[in-house]
Design a protein around this ligand. Structure first.
Ligand code: NAP
Length: 717
């Protein structure tokens, strides 16, 4: 049986008993005690382990060279292990590199590993932080052969190799090793790309998988928690369990694992469903790798962004006629050697829209529908809409994708920037803009929603996106993607298992989850507490955007919330020169001003963490952009031109002291500047916050929450 081993870092022994009790209660089969940070004497630990001799323990004192915290010499580390574990029935985890060094070390480690029953229990481990070792299987064999040479027949030996995984493809080495060596080995692909392989350890019969006691306290990257083990039905996993999952990039937001593991559980289906983070260029290699490993018992995958169209090119796929017509799939079904593709989005999207709009198919004739985005989900929606006579306009940013849609479907396509001129009865967002964690983004300015009857956002997490909030304000009916999500998943479930799940119960369950997750008060409290505990990143927060976007006002409020100083680079420049910006422009021209601005940017970056509001044109200098992106988080504040112009007029200081950049009227000048700068702002920023229809306080609060969230769930910024 594969042990579910909860890893616990032990600094003091006082709370150990309570922490271990909680882990046993939460379902751990074994506990790994990481004693490398131990500040107390290990003597008391030895007594504790003897008292709980009926339990399974692994005692590890990891040296710094292999990623641990023990700073002393190897001899001290071994002495610590002897004092802590000798005469208990704990496994000793010891580094293979040190094991090979001398007979003396081996003899002492064996002493530490000798239990009350005289047997030795040993885990010999090896850590690789630059990716998988060249030949993992051979390394495990070697560890076992070398280790065995010093052990008696009834001693226990486990070879453990942990390596850093950079992509999902790195996980296959761990799977192959666990498949080959079963309970004689532990192979760990560390990092978020290896989490799925840690779950599959049970199916493959590995010796153990290591888990965190709670969500936020993993002792190694990629570890899942005891709670997650329950959610993934760890107790039910076995060698025959079929493997399912959602394949995409990103997949962290997906509720599919929660839904399908629940359905599998209540239907008593022997299956596991996992999130599988497969990058844009990895899909074919991933599917090949799964297909080759029949012992993985793949059952099927949900396919999401960005693979719905490209996955159709995988040579082994047998696509059903709807997929072929749509040019997009969202479901794969593995049936022995054959892999079937389906699209369950199309029916789900169409039925969900009709229900929400209280329309029959026949009512669509003559209606006009705007679709944002031109990917797989858009295609799934366009086809039935057009079949039933709706006139569809698709707005996309990729001319190639638009061209394909124009060729394959009837209807109109338009450039992304033209979406603000939409006139349809219904607007459908099929882009991921606004999806968790970028919940403050919206694909559409609020003022462009006026006159629309219904706005359907296919995003379902958060349940209420910024687009839908704006839609409600503009008097349109807001509809999120949750009903569609449950519908398409229910069809997948039926395709995979023949079971038709209860959609109403699923919808209620997920709605409840999302409403609890999104309750702003509870979310803000939780994030605040956790972020204080987690190591907050001590870096700057930069606000960029056009004049009038609120950089200074929001910056001051945000600085108060984050308890750091606020710096306004324009204010520093004008104070140093004793002139307004308009006067500096007049005296030195824009080039002179930009030079001073770059100097100030460099200067403020070198100081302690702060909220820094930058002048509207600071991002025109590429070295400024590099510097700010490398030293903090860059937030772009946006607003429609008319709103910017109004705000500038309402603030005489801003209006009078700013230089005119062109001879055009104010509004035209703003429009021209924005056209010139929009792409630069986008490329310079890590996140976008629209400010229209919100007070500066609301914007500051929203950014603050986002920062707390990002601290706890770091993304690659
Ligand atoms: P996809 O095939 O990758 O298509 C995404 C589309 O959005 C592409 O046209 C892409 O444009 C566009 N896009 C992405 N970011 C954009 C941006 N910043 N500005 C303008 N356009 C942008 O993905 P998909 O599978 O269709 O999924 C799209 C969204 O729908 C996802 O959020 C997904 O979760 C959601 N969805 C929900 C359900 C549900 O059941 N509720 C089902 C399916 C999909 P480019 O081509 O230029 O990249």
């Amino acid at each position: 049986m594969t042990l579910l081993a909860a890893s616990i870092f032990v600094e003091r022994l006082t709370d150990l008993s309570a922490t271990c009790d909680a882990a046993w209660r939460d379902g751990a089969d074994a506990i790994e005690l990481r004693i490398d940070p131990l500040e107390d004497s290990p003597i008391a630990l030895n007594a504790f382990l003897k008292l709980h001799g009926e339990k399974k323990w692994i005692v590890t004192c990891r040296g710094r060279e292999e990623g641990g915290r023990f700073a002393g010499e190897t001899a001290e580390r071994v002495a610590c292990l002897i004092t802590a574990a000798q005469g208990t029935n704990a496994y000793i985890d010891f580094e293979f590199a040190d094991w090979k060094r001398s007979a003396n070390i081996r003899q002492k480690v064996l002493l530490a590993a000798t239990g009350a029953d005289g047997r030795r229990r040993l885990v010999l481990s090896s850590h690789h932080f630059n990716g998988p070792p060249n030949d993992l299987n051979s390394l495990i064999r070697k560890i076992r052969d070398v280790g065995r040479a010093s052990l008696a027949a009834n001693d226990e030996l486990v070879a453990k190799v942990a390596y850093a995984g950079q992509s999902i493809m790195d996980g296959f080495a761990a799977l192959d090793a666990m498949h080959a060596h079963r309970d004689q080995a532990i192979a760990i692909c560390m990092g978020e790309h290896g989490t799925w392989t840690r779950l599959l350890a049970k199916k493959l019969g590995a010796f153990a998988t290591y888990v965190a006691t709670e969500d936020e306290v993993a002792t190694a990257p990629g570890q899942f928690s005891l709670q997650a083990a329950r959610d993934f039905r760890w107790g039910a996993l076995n060698p025959r369990t079929r493997v399912y999952g959602v394949v995409g990039d990103p997949v962290g937001h997906s509720l599919s694992p929660m839904l399908f593991n629940h359905w599998f559980g209540i239907s008593e289906i022997d299956a596991l469903y996992m999130p599988l983070h497969v990058g844009a260029n990895e899909m074919n290699a991933f599917l090949d790798a799964v297909h080759q490993r029949t012992w993985l018992d793949p059952g099927g995958f949900s396919v999401t962004i960005p693979h719905k169209e490209s996955a159709l090119n995988w040579p082994k796929i047998e696509a059903d006629p709807l997929c072929v017509r749509l040019g997009a799939l969202n479901t794969l079904l593995f049936d022995k050697d054959r892999v079937h593709a389906f699209n369950t989005d199309s029916h789900a999207a169409f039925d969900s829209l009709l229900d929400a709009w209280s329309k029959q198919r026949e009512d669509l004739r003559g209606s006009s529908i705007d679709v944002l985005g031109a990917g797989g989900a858009a295609r799934a929606m366009i086809l039935p809409l057009q079949e039933f006579g709706a006139s569809v306009t698709v707005y996309g940013r990729s001319p190639k994708r638009l061209q394909c849609i124009r060729n394959e479907f009837t209807g109109t396509v338009a450039d992304w920037n033209d979406r603000v001129h939409r006139t349809g009865n219904v607007l459908i967002n099929t882009t991921p803009i606004g999806m968790w964690p970028n919940t403050e983004e919206s694909p559409m300015p609020g003022h462009s929603l006026k006159g629309c009857e219904l706005v359907f956002d296919m995003v379902y997490r958060p349940a209420e996106t910024r687009l839908l909030r704006d839609a409600a304000r503009a008097g349109c009916k807001p509809v999120n993607g949750l009903d569609m999500f449950v519908r398409q998943a229910a069809i997948q479930m039926e395709l995979w298992t023949g079971i038709r799940p209860d959609r109403v119960e699923a919808f209620a369950r997920l709605s409840d989850f999302l409403s609890r997750e999104e309750s702003p008060r509870c979310r803000s409290d939780r994030l605040r507490t956790q972020a204080t505990a987690a190591n907050q990143r001590k870096s700057h927060l930069f606000l960029i955007g056009m004049r009038g976007s609120g950089k200074t006002t929001v910056g001051k409020l945000l600085a108060g919330l984050l308890k750091v100083p606020h710096i306004d680079t324009d204010a520093l420049i004008t104070a140093a020169a004793g002139l307004s910006i308009r006067e500096i422009f007049a005296a030195e021209g824009e080039i002179g001003f930009r030079k001073q601005e770059s100097n100030v940017v460099r200067q403020v970056i070198s100081q302690g963490p702060a909220v820094i509001s930058l002048g509207g044109g600071a991002i025109l200098d590429a070295t400024n952009v590099d510097a700010i992106r490398n030293s903090g988080t860059v937030v772009w504040l946006t607003a429609p031109i008319e709103v910017l112009a109004q705000r500038i007029h309402d603030c005489p200081n801003t209006f009078d002291s700013r230089p005119r950049m062109t001879n055009l009227p104010e509004l035209e000048e703003l429009r021209t500047l924005l056209v010139d700068r929009e792409e630069i702002y986008r490329a310079a920023s890590h996140v976008v916050f629209p400010t229209e229809n919100r007070t500066a306080g609301e914007v500051a609060q929203a950014i603050h929450l986002w920062i707390l969230d990002a601290t706890l769930h770091p993304r690659s910024l």
